[in-house]
Design a protein around this ligand. Structure first.
Ligand code: PMP
Length: 354
């Protein structure tokens, strides 16, 4: 760190993103991207909007909000589009946490939550998951701060039922509860329909996973108008034009092309089931996933060893050097061919290390 950094940056450990290697072609199963290209219609609208780059975009992204609102059965004023859902989450940390309002989240969850807390000078209250990596909802009753829960959770893939999230909402009348639905389209229950039932609920979603647009950086927050206005105060105080014209245009195409989205989600869910069976037959414990990845371990080799053996075979997965989960690897669900190759490589690795 330079001698010029302000206090706020002291001791900050930035989020460690998954590797994005540029040196060679890997089967890339480490950052939960989609194996499918973005919808052709989304691509077309993005291309067509390129000529308008000379102008700033509409900072309200009205067309995009209207189309998303119709799809989600909410009002356009109940949506805020952001530069990836990471930005929506950061806005929520800025708006709803403070030195006397901690951020409350599980010990094993999305690694950006502690980073946003640190960067914004927010204390954190970390609640351990149960031994089976599930959340005990009672642990979050009257949480004493702003709750952040990824549903399904990452990297475990395990989801809470909507009725369990309702219990958390009911038992936090004084706290905002942020439900991060980055992976919800792969089999979990969304809580979007609850935004007007509970005045303390914020949902974040992303186009990075189920809509194959990680490179476009498009996410959103969905909540009642009052909470969305709070988030807008942060946005208009930092970056009013936070989504590029081309990403906003692609977003319109991706939402419109519902069939393409549904087909891809169904394919991932099917491949996930086959891959999970394959891993289990190789002696793995696989946590029940409703995401586009699985979290798995095998008693015969550590997560780090499996990660590095796969990497030498041209397959990238994610391993976390965190005591509770160091035996696990997180493997993104790609297409059938890539997952078959991955199973083949894992089976070979298990034979070699014996
Ligand atoms: N939440 C969770 C749980 C994630 O895993 C990710 C992806 N790393 C995000 C949010 C953010 O995704 P994006 O900014 O691409 O929308």
């Amino acid at each position: 760190m330079s001698k010029f950094t302000g206090k706020r940056l002291n001791g900050i450990t930035p989020y460690v993103a998954g590797e994005q290697p540029q040196d060679k072609q890997y089967i890339k199963l480490n950052t939960n991207e989609s194996p499918f290209p973005p919808s052709p219609f989304a691509q077309r609208l993005a291309r067509e909007s390129a000529g308008d780059m000379l102008l700033y975009p509409d900072p309200e992204y009205s067309t995009l909000c209207n189309i998303a609102a119709e799809k989600l059965s909410v009002k356009a004023s109940e949506i805020l589009f952001t530069n990836g859902s990471d930005e929506a989450l950061n806005f929520a940390f800025i708006a709803f946490c403070g030195y006397d309002t901690p951020a409350v989240f599980p010990d094993i969850t999305y690694g950006f939550y502690p980073v946003f807390a640190a960067l914004n000078g927010v204390p954190k209250k970390v609640i351990p998951l149960k031994d089976d990596f599930t959340i005990d909802v009672k642990d979050y009753f009257n949480a004493g701060g702003t709750v952040f829960i990824a549903n399904p959770n990452a990297p475990t893939g395990i989801a809470l039922k909507k009725s369990d999230i309702e219990k958390i909402l009911i038992n936090n009348p004084e706290n905002v509860v942020v439900i991060d639905e980055a992976y919800v389209d792969f089999g979990a229950e969304s809580c979007v329909s609850l935004i007007n039932k509970y005045d303390n609920l914020i949902i974040t979603q992303t186009f990075s996973k189920s809509r194959s647009m990680a490179g476009a950086r498009l996410g959103l927050a969905i909540a009642n108008e009052s909470l969305i206005n709070d988030l807008k105060t942060v946005k208009f105080s930092t970056n009013p034009y936070n989504v590029s014209r081309m990403s906003a245009a692609a977003g319109i195409g991706a939402i419109t092309d519902e069939e393409y989205f549904k087909t891809n989600c169904a394919a991932i869910i099917k491949t996930r089931a086959a891959f999970t069976d394959g891993l289990k037959s190789l002696g793995f414990t696989v946590l029940p996933s409703t995401a586009n990845f699985v979290f798995a371990k095998n008693g015969n080799l550590s997560g780090e060893k499996l990660y590095s053996e796969l990497k030498t075979r041209g397959i990238l997965v994610r391993y976390f050097n965190i005591p509770r989960i160091k035996d696990f690897v997180r493997i993104t669900i790609g297409d059938n061919k890539d997952m078959e190759k991955t199973l083949g490589a894992i089976s070979e690795i298990l034979k070699v290390i014996k």
